[in-house]
Design a protein. Structure first.
Length: 94
């Protein structure tokens, strides 16, 4: 399967609490796409982002972020400095 490129990679699952990550949040944001290139550079510097998707609908992008605490969440939102909607994850079901 590796030779046929059916398996594209392998991953590691980390204990986020042991790493000091106590909050996970979904952050949706609206962005003027004239600014997308400069914003993409900002995203690459944010270690908190587990993933970021460009999406359809009311918002333009959705990110899953890993943070130490509420203060860290506020600092992250201020760093990306665009209009956001944030939902804190309280439990992963699947």
């Amino acid at each position: 399967m590796l030779e046929d490129r059916l398996i594209l990679g392998f991953g590691v699952h980390l204990d986020k609490e042991k790493l000091g990550i106590n909050i996970q949040a979904l952050v949706s944001l609206k962005l003027n796409f004239a600014r997308i290139e400069s914003f993409h550079k900002v995203l690459k510097t944010c270690n908190e982002i587990e993933y970021c998707f460009r999406v359809t609908g009311e918002d333009c992008m959705m990110m899953k972020v890993n943070l130490r605490d509420n203060k860290h969440l506020l600092e992250f939102i201020n760093q990306i400095s665009v209009l956001t909607t944030t939902n804190v994850i309280i439990e992963q079901l699947v």
